[in-house]
Design a protein around this ligand. Structure first.
Ligand SMILES: NC(=O)c1ccc[n+]([C@@H]2O[C@H](COP(=O)([O-])OP(=O)(O)OC[C@H]3O[C@@H](n4cnc5c(N)ncnc54)[C@H](O)[C@@H]3O)[C@@H](O)[C@H]2O)c1
Length: 266
């Protein structure tokens, strides 16, 4: 139980990778607050965690809304006294040819994926800076961002706006890691590849339309583009987030770790 007694918050925890992160952190002994735009899904995940005898609760949180973020950070700090780990996982995608991309699509992806990480990191950093350092590690807190393979690899199809938003997350990870290190707060990111979630299902349907191939062909491409030869699972990502949240990673900051079966190695 590497995160025993830690207070961990996950955004976009209602399904997919966020749900798996919440489960992994709870399995490591953390008290988990599952947050999501969709309050009912966050509540379902908190229920699943409590069924595993974890300390878990749920709060609605739209990561694009500063007043809501401030209120959620204050509420969790009031309930638990501190926040040890904050996982910026919420994210969205849409797919389109660059020449057809609309401002609406650009703004939607940038607002949730990039601005959401900015707003949440700022609010939780302010909270963490006022906390006593952990006696064992000397750290005041940890932030873990879910970036993407698309945060390092621009040449993935029909995702220019998403790529821009995820490069922003990797950049923010480095910039905030440097600025927050003197306050003994670490900031790291994971960069998943082709992960089996609702987001992937939607992307396969869009690729079918944009590429004029069938869904099986799109999936075959995902597997052939992954040297380890299978579609990634949310648990593949969650294990690395749990590692970054654990004492084993106390001296890692500013890293964006590829978790993609070898699809991209830079
Ligand atoms: N699935 C993949 O292949 C893949 C690959 C690389 C990175 N990622 C990233 O992983 C993260 C999770 O993706 P996923 O595949 O689990 O997606 P998903 O669509 O299955 O789940 C995303 C969750 O985020 C929530 N959400 C959406 N907008 C929100 C907002 N404004 N505020 C709070 N919550 C919001 C949704 O309600 C949902 O519960 C995202 O940041 C995504 O960009 C996914």
């Amino acid at each position: 139980m590497k995160s025993q007694g830690k207070i961990a918050v996950v955004t976009g925890a209602g399904t997919g990778i966020g749900r798996a992160i919440a489960l992994a952190l709870a399995d490591e002994g953390a008290a988990v607050v599952a947050t999501d735009l969709d309050a009912a899904s966050a509540e379902r995940v908190a229920g699943e965690l409590r069924d595993r005898e974890a300390n878990a609760s749920a709060l609605r949180l739209d990561v694009t809304q500063r007043p809501e973020i401030d209120a959620v950070v204050a509420e969790i700090a009031k309930r638990h006294g501190r926040i040890d780990v904050w996982c910026n996982n919420a994210g969205v995608s849409t797919m389109n040819r660059f020449v057809d991309l609309t401002e609406r699509e650009w703004d939607f992806n940038m607002d949730v994926n990039a601005k959401g990480v900015f707003l949440c990191s700022q609010a939780v950093a302010r909270q963490m800076m006022g906390q006593e350092p952990d006696a064992a590690s000397g750290l005041r807190g940890k932030i873990v961002n879910t970036a993407s393979m698309a945060g390092k690899r621009g040449g993935v199809g029909f995702l220019a706006h998403y790529v821009a938003s995820k490069f922003a997350v990797v950049g923010l990870t480095q910039a905030t890691a440097a600025e927050l290190a003197p306050h003994r707060i670490t900031v790291n990111a994971v960069c998943p590849g082709y992960v089996r979630t609702g987001m992937q299902e939607r992307e396969i349907a869009w690729e079918v339309g944009l590429r004029g191939v069938d869904a099986a062909e799109v999936e075959r491409f995902y597997v052939s583009d992954t040297p380890l030869g299978r579609i990634e699972t949310p648990e593949d990502v969650a294990g690395v987030v749990a590692f970054l949240a654990s004492p084993a990673a106390d001296f890692i900051t500013g890293e964006a770790i590829n978790v993609n079966g070898g699809s991209w190695m830079d």
